[in-house]
Ligand binder design. Structure first.
Ligand code: MN
Length: 246
C-alpha cells in the first residue's frame, strides 16, 4: 500500500480471525485502521473478522479492542460494513450497536464508483463440500441459533471449541479442489445477480480470476487471510488493487 495514488477508496478485508490467542493479528488490524483508512470511503469486512463468536455478550479482550477501534472509525465518518463468516455468523445487533458497523446479508450487491459488485463471504460457494453445506444450513437456522444463544457462555465456548476441532479435522481430509469454490456455483450467483464482479474471502487463496459466464467477461476477486500479513482490496474510481500490507 505504498503507492502514491491516493484517491478515496473503499477497502475490503476478510478472514482476520482475531482472538486473544493471536494478539499480533488484532494489532495488525488496529494499525491498518489507524494508517490506511484516512482516505477511505468505506470499510467492508467480508466475514471471519473474529476467529470465533459465541454471542454478543461474550467478546474477549482482543475482540473488545477491535470493536472500540471500529467505533472510532465510524466516529471519523468512515462507514463500516460487516458480513458474517463461517466463524462469526452469530455477530448480532449488540455487536453492531457497539461497533457502529452495519451487518450485511450474504450475498449483497453494492454499487461503487458507478460499478456493481456482488459481495459474499465465500463459504456458500464451496458446494463440493456437501458435509459443510449441511452444517452451514443447520447453524444458520434461526431456531438453532436461538437455542444455542440460550446456553450459558461457557457451554457455548466449549461447543464452539469442539466444532473448530471437528472442522480442522474435516478440512485436513478434504481434497484441495473441494475446499475451494465451485465454478458452477460462482457462475450461478453471478448470473442470478446479473453482475460482472464478485468479491469474497473464506478460501484464503487471494487472487483475481477473469473468466466468461454466458459469453460475458467476469471477475472474481478473492481476499486473503491476515495470519502473517494483512490482505486488502482497495477500490477507487480508477479500479481495484489487491494488496498485501507490509
Ligand atoms: Mn471463512
Amino acid at each position: 500500500m505504498n503507492r502514491p495514488r491516493r484517491r478515496p477508496a473503499a477497502l475490503f478485508v476478510s478472514d482476520l480471525h482475531i482472538d486473544a490467542a493471536h494478539p499480533a493479528i488484532g494489532e495488525r488490524f488496529l494499525e491498518f485502521l489507524a494508517r490506511e483508512t484516512r482516505d477511505a470511503v468505506a470499510l467492508y469486512v467480508l466475514g471471519d473478522l473474529f476467529e470465533t463468536w459465541v454471542g454478543d455478550d461474550d467478546p474477549d479482550d482482543a475482540q473488545r479492542t477491535v470493536i472500540a477501534a471500529l467505533r472510532d472509525l465510524a466516529t471519523r465518518g468512515v462507514p463500516c460494513f460487516v458480513m458474517h463468516g463461517n466463524r462469526d455468523f452469530l455477530l448480532g445487533e449488540r455487536f453492531a450497536a457497539a461497533s457502529g458497523a452495519t451487518l450485511l446479508p450474504d450475498p449483497v450487491l453494492i454499487t461503487l464508483h458507478g460499478e456493481r459488485a456482488l459481495l459474499m463471504h465465500g463459504d456458500a460457494l464451496c458446494t463440493g463440500d456437501r458435509a459443510y453445506q449441511r452444517l452451514r444450513a443447520t447453524v444458520r437456522d434461526a431456531d438453532w441459533q436461538r437455542r444455542f444463544l440460550g446456553l450459558p457462555a461457557d457451554a457455548r465456548r466449549a461447543l464452539a471449541g469442539a466444532a473448530r476441532a471437528g472442522s480442522r479435522a474435516h478440512n485436513a481430509a478434504l481434497a484441495p479442489a473441494i475446499a475451494d469454490v465451485e465454478a458452477a456455483s460462482v457462475a450461478a450467483v453471478l448470473r442470478a445477480a446479473g453482475v460482472g464482479t464478485l468479491i469474497h474471502g473464506h478460501t484464503h487463496r487471494p487472487g483475481t480470476h477473469r473468466f466468461d459466464v454466458d459469453g460475458t467477461a467476469r471477475t472474481r476477486i478473492v481476499l486473503g487471510d491476515w495470519y502473517d500479513t494483512g490482505s486488502v482490496l482497495r477500490w477507487d474510481e480508477d479500479g481495484f488493487e489487491l494488496v498485501r500490507l507490509d
